[in-house]
Design a protein around this ligand. Structure first.
Ligand SMILES: Cc1ncc(COP(=O)(O)O)c(C=O)c1O
Length: 461
């Protein structure tokens, strides 16, 4: 009997346009990162070889999306592209009402201003930086109600994005349901390592909060990738389409904020969508103050068209298999090389566990920030700190927040890099790991007031 041969799979697209990359020397990169204050956000993009800083807005659009860009109706009011987008949101997410915004945080801002009053509490399945900032600016306090496993990088729970209903119940008992305007549910959970929430858990959150008159707001920025995990991991979903699962997820919420720069395969855009007519009316009136008229919300007509067309592509299973498969490929290679990463491997990114990578560097010497800088110096691969710097300071005490997870994120732009880029990245991380004993931490020498991770500067210890 012949042994079954391994069959490889490849991306369901080919390259039509290329963007040349600059290669640099180690000495050049040492100077560049020093001048950037050891903060990868402050590097010039032309000095980066493989850019895994973020999967946000870095996607390669399809020929069909680019063709749509030429059909931009740039009217101030009533653009045709808005109506295309509205129809696509209804079809793929199921929401009845749409308010476009320039990107995800525009929608978070408007939603927070409408729903949150001074002294409110906003439970969520782990914080996201901009989401929490807007909740706090509106007078709310974020409360983490994610399951404990999410804070453990070694736990292999298949749905580490799940909400712990006991934590939610405790909060309701402590502060009262009237102080909780909504539960903020992210799918997938970026800061936990791109981990999904199960449909069963989302449905349970919905049923539980309905008993208390509390809304559910989905951060559906990567809900399509979440739907892929539901299909792969959750009983009863194997034969359902991604589009069906996505709609079912959204049906468990009152509203969603979305950064179109991820799932939707565009370079800019966002929206707030809802089933709730009152919320919609308020959002529609507020969007004109901060973003633009309600039929463009800070976007060009062509951007809305690219979003509408991106939605058709985002739910294609072959595409998602290649997209999440690429992240898996890198993760499995790193695991085989003995590199500590968050497991299970997430949807949009690999997260290196900097605490285990550099056990000798204390958290207030910024091990993840250090690791991101070291990887850049080694190979020109740009990654992002997701640890103590991103977690900011406690508003009351002024002390650093010390998150359990001290991570470096390698986020993969959609449809951009090849398997060879992935191999170069893995080899670079292995090389930094081999030399880990010689690495010291950093000290912060400039700390911005808001979302400090974007612009903080460091020096080597
Ligand atoms: C989970 C999540 N929510 C919200 C946002 C904010 O979206 P934007 O960057 O488009 O403002 C992001 C962006 O990274 C995100 O990852």
């Amino acid at each position: 009997m012949s042994e079954e041969k391994r069959r490889s799979w490849a991306e369901p697209f080919k390259i039509k346009v290329v963007e040349p990359l600059k290669t640099t020397t180690r000495g050049y990169r040492e100077r560049a990162i020093r001048e950037a204050g050891y903060n990868t956000f402050l590097l010039r993009s032309e000095d980066v070889y493989i850019d895994l800083l973020t999967d946000s807005g870095t996607n390669a659009m399809s020929d069909n999306q680019w063709a749509g860009m030429m059909l931009g109706d740039e009217a101030y009011a009533g653009s045709e592209n808005f109506y295309n987008l509205e129809a696509a949101v209804g079809k793929y997410y199921g929401y009845s009402y749409l308010v476009p915004t320039h990107q995800g945080r525009g929608a978070e801002h408007i939603l927070s201003q409408i729903l949150i009053s001074e002294g409110d509490y906003i439970p969520g399945n782990m914080y996201f930086t901009t989401t929490r900032e807007h909740q706090e600016r509106a007078g709310g306090t974020f409360v983490d109600v994610i399951i404990d496993e999410a804070h453990d990088p070694e736990s292999t729970h298949p749905f580490k994005g799940n909400v712990d209903l006991r934590k939610l119940e405790d909060l309701i008992e402590r502060v009262g349901a009237e102080k909780i305007p909504y539960v903020s549910v992210a799918a997938t959970v970026n800061m936990a390592g791109g981990q999904p929430i199960s449909m069963e858990n989302l449905r349970a959150v919905r049923e539980f909060t309905q008993l208390h008159g509390i809304k559910v707001v989905l951060d559906a920025t990567r809900a399509v990738e979440n739907a892929y995990f539901v299909k792969r991991r959750e009983e009863g979903y194997a034969d359902r389409s991604i589009a069906e699962i996505l709609r079912e997820m959204c049906s468990c919420s009152d509203a969603a904020t979305v950064s179109a720069k991820k799932d939707l395969l565009t370079n800019i855009g966002g929206f707030l969508a809802t089933f709730d007519e009152d919320l919609f009316e308020e959002a529609r009136s507020l969007v004109v103050v901060y973003e633009g008229l309600h039929t463009y919300g800070g976007l060009a007509g062509r951007d809305m068209e690219a979003m509408a067309r991106g939605m058709e592509e985002m739910v294609e299973e072959d595409y998602l298999h290649a997209r999440i498969g690429q992240v898996e490929y890198v993760g499995e290679k790193l695991l085989r090389g003995g590199i500590p990463i968050v497991v299970p491997i997430g949807g949009h990114a690999i997260f290196l566990d900097a605490k285990r990578f550099f056990p000798g560097i204390p958290q207030d010497h910024f091990p993840a920030q250090t690791l991101a800088a070291e990887i850049y110096v080694d190979s020109g691969v740009r990654t992002m700190e997701r640890g103590i710097v991103s977690a900011g300071r406690d508003r009351e005490t002024g002390e650093h927040n010390y998150p359990e997870l001290e991570l470096v994120r390698l986020a993969f732009p959609r449809r951009v890099y090849t398997q060879a880029h992935c191999d170069v990245t893995v080899e670079s991380i292995e090389s930094v790991h081999d030399n880990r004993e010689s690495v010291r931490g950093l000290r912060m020498v400039h700390e911005p007031k808001h979302l400090r991770f974007f612009q903080a500067r460091f020096e080597k210890l």
